[in-house]
Design a protein around this ligand. Sequence first.
Ligand SMILES: *[C@@H]1O[C@H](CO)[C@@H](O)[C@H](O)[C@H]1NC(C)=O
Ligand SMILES: *[C@@H]1O[C@H](CO)[C@@H](O)[C@H](O)[C@H]1NC(C)=O
Ligand SMILES: *[C@@H]1O[C@H](CO)[C@@H](O)[C@H](O)[C@H]1NC(C)=O
Ligand SMILES: *[C@@H]1O[C@H](CO)[C@@H](O)[C@H](O)[C@H]1NC(C)=O
Ligand SMILES: *[C@@H]1O[C@H](CO)[C@@H](O)[C@H](O)[C@H]1NC(C)=O
Ligand SMILES: *[C@@H]1O[C@H](CO)[C@@H](O)[C@H](O)[C@H]1NC(C)=O
Ligand SMILES: *[C@@H]1O[C@H](CO)[C@@H](O)[C@H](O)[C@H]1NC(C)=O
Ligand SMILES: *[C@@H]1O[C@H](CO)[C@@H](O)[C@H](O)[C@H]1NC(C)=O
Ligand SMILES: *[C@@H]1O[C@H](CO)[C@@H](O)[C@H](O)[C@H]1NC(C)=O
Length: 565
Amino acid sequence: MSRIASFVAIGLLASAVSALPSSERWTKRISNNTEMIYSFEDLPHSTDLQWTPCYDRYHCANLEVPLDYAEPDVGTTIVAFIRQKAANSTGQDVIFNPGGPGGSGIEYILSGGGDQLVNFTGGKYDVVSFDPRGVNNSGIALTCFPDNPEARDAYYASLQTSLPSLNEQYYQAVALGQWCMEANNDTFAKYAGTSAVVQDMMHFTELQAALDGVKKPEEAEIWYIGGSYGTVIGHTLAAMYPDRIGRIVVDANVNSEDHYNGLKKTAIEDADDCYGWFFDLCYKAGLEKCAFAGKSGSASDIKKRFDNLLAQLEKAPVVLNDTHIDPLLSRGPQIVTKDRVLTVGFRTLYRPFTEFAYLAKGLAGLEKNNATAWIAVEQELNQPGNPGPFNYTTIAMQEVLTFVTAVDAAGRSPIKNVDDYIKVAGEVERLSVYAGKGYASTNVLITAGLNMTPPKSQRFLGFKKTKTKTPIFFMNPSADPITPIASAKHMLQFFEGSVLLEQNSVGHSVTSGSSLCTLGHLRRYLNNATLPKAGTVCETDTKPLVDSPSLQKRSLPFVPMHLQR
Ligand SMILES: *[C@@H]1O[C@H](CO)[C@@H](O)[C@H](O)[C@H]1NC(C)=O
Ligand SMILES: *[C@@H]1O[C@H](CO)[C@@H](O)[C@H](O)[C@H]1NC(C)=O
Ligand SMILES: *[C@@H]1O[C@H](CO)[C@@H](O)[C@H](O)[C@H]1NC(C)=O
Ligand SMILES: *[C@@H]1O[C@H](CO)[C@@H](O)[C@H](O)[C@H]1NC(C)=O
Ligand SMILES: *[C@@H]1O[C@H](CO)[C@@H](O)[C@H](O)[C@H]1NC(C)=O
Ligand SMILES: *[C@@H]1O[C@H](CO)[C@@H](O)[C@H](O)[C@H]1NC(C)=O
Ligand SMILES: *[C@@H]1O[C@H](CO)[C@@H](O)[C@H](O)[C@H]1NC(C)=O
Ligand SMILES: *[C@@H]1O[C@H](CO)[C@@H](O)[C@H](O)[C@H]1NC(C)=O
Ligand SMILES: *[C@@H]1O[C@H](CO)[C@@H](O)[C@H](O)[C@H]1NC(C)=O
C-alpha cells in the first residue's frame, strides 16, 4: 500500500516539534480570512489546510488532494472538512464518518450531530467531519448519468416498487452496471474507493499536525469514530496505518472482508432476530403501548399473527379504497403487499425506540384490512425532520453507495451469471425470511453489475492479523438489522488486543438506544485507551415500546448501508 508521507513532506517541510498553549494553537489554526461563510462553494481551496469560520459556529476547509497519491500527475480533487470545537477542548481532533457510503459528514455536523458527538465523547474533543470523495461538497462526481440528472431521475422512477423475478432483477442490474461503466469510462469515479478516503484522512491528520507544530507530521496519530459503513473506513484505516492509530471506535460493524470481496451475504442475518425483539417487546408493552399486541397471550402468538398477516397479503394485498382522505391519496389507488410491509418493517428495525410503535400501529390497521392506516404510518415515518435511518434522501446518495461499493469490490464479486445470483438470493433468503428478499434484490446485485477497478495505490489488499498502536474499541448491538454482531466478532479477530462491547439492544448502531454504561466505556477509552473487559455487555437505560417512546431522545442516525427501491 503506498504511503502518503512523502507527498506531505514536499509542501510542508519539517515543522518544529513544540507544545503550544491552546489559545496560540487556535490562532494559528484559523486563517486570517475571517469572513463567515455559509457555503463550501464560497470557500477557496488549497493544498494546505486553511480553516475559515463558517455556518456561525464551525470552521471549514476545502482541501485540495491528489486523486492518486502515488501519481500526482493524474490531477487533484477537493475534500470538504468541518470542525466543531468542544467547550473544554484538549485540542485533540476526533474524525467522524456517518456511514453510507454516501453519508455527508458535513450535513451530519450541521444538522446537530456535532453537538451530540461532542457530548458523547465527554466534551473534551473537537469533532472533525468531512464529505468523503464523491459525496456532496467534495469532488469526484459519482453518477451513472453524468450531466444528465433528468435521465437519472427518470430511470429510478421507472423501477417498479414490487420486485420483478430473480432473472429480471439480475439482468436489470447488469444493464445498469454496464451503463454506469460506459458512462464513467473517462471519469474519476475509480478514485473514490475507501482506501483513497483513508489516505485523505491521514493526509489531513499530517497537515493538521504540521499546522499545530505539536508533533512531527509523520508521527501524528489519528483518532477516529465511525458507524455502519464508517466501520469499513475504520477497519481499513487500522489495517493500512496500524502504527498511527491514536484511537478507533467502530460501532455497527460491517464485515469489511466481505465488503472488499464484493458480497456481504450475511449482512441481514440478525434481521429476523430484530423482529423477534419486536414481538417480545410488543407483548411486554401490551396493547396500550403497542397497537399490534392485540389479544395475544405471548410473543410467539404475536409472531404467528404477523406471519398469518404476511401470508394473507401475499394471497391478496389490502386495497386502498378510501378516496376521501387527502393528501394520503395523492398517489391514487394503491395496494399494500407483503413486500411493501417488509420494506417498511425493515426500516423500523434500524430505530426501534422511535419506530416500533409505528410498525405496530400500521400492522394493527392491516389486520383490519385498513390500507389507509398503513399508508398513514408510512407517511408519518417519512416526515421531513424524520427522514428516518432507512432513507437515502437523494438518488445521488444511492449512486455514491453503488460506486464506492463497486470500486472497493474491484471486480471480485462472486456473482458472475444469473445462476450464481439465483443461488445467492436463495441463501440470503434463508438467512432472513423477512429481509432476505429485499436485500438480495438491491445490495447483493450492485457488484454483480458494476465492475470498477481503483488505481494500484488504492487497491486494498485484505485483512490480516494486525497489532495497532492503540487497540480498537468495537461496539455493536446484539441484534442489528444490517450490521450483525457476528460481523463485529469477525473483524475483531484481525486486531490484536481490541475488544468488542456488546450492547444488549435492538437497532442499527448502539446509538439507536441510549446507554450510560456504553457511554462510560466510550469516554474511558478516549481518555486513556482503557478498554472494557472482553465479554462486557451493556444494557440500555430504557427499552423500546415498553418504556414510553416519547421519553426517548432521538439520536441522529447513521446513514444506512441499504439501497432503497
Ligand atoms: C495571518 O497573518 C499573520 C500576519 O500577517 C501571519 O503571520 C500569519 O501567518 C497569518 N496566518 C495564516 C493562517 O495565514
Ligand atoms: C451531555 O448531555 C447531557 C444531557 O443533556 C448532559 O447531562 C451532560 O452533562 C452532557 N455531557 C457533556 C460532557 O457535555
Ligand atoms: C468544562 O469543564 C468544566 C470544569 O471541569 C466543567 O465545569 C464544565 O461543565 C465543562 N463544560 C462542558 C460543556 O463540558
Ligand atoms: C450538501 O450539503 C449542504 C450543506 O453543506 C446541504 O445544504 C445540501 O442539502 C447538501 N446537498 C445534498 C445533495 O446532500
Ligand atoms: C474506454 O475508452 C477507451 C479510450 O479512451 C477505449 O479504448 C475503450 O474501448 C473504452 N471502453 C469502453 C468500455 O467504452
Ligand atoms: C374497503 O375495503 C375494506 C376491506 O377490504 C372493506 O371492508 C370496505 O367495505 C371497503 N370500503 C369501500 C368503501 O369499498
Ligand atoms: C383506517 O385507518 C385510518 C387512519 O388510521 C382511520 O382514520 C380510519 O378510521 C380507519 N378506518 C377504519 C374502517 O377503521
Ligand atoms: C425520505 O424522506 C423525505 C423527507 O425527509 C421524504 O420526502 C421522502 O419521500 C423519503 N423517501 C423515501 C423513499 O422514503
Ligand atoms: C485511566 O484513567 C482512570 C481514571 O481516570 C484510571 O483509573 C486508570 O488507571 C487509567 N488507566 C491507565 C492505563 O492509565
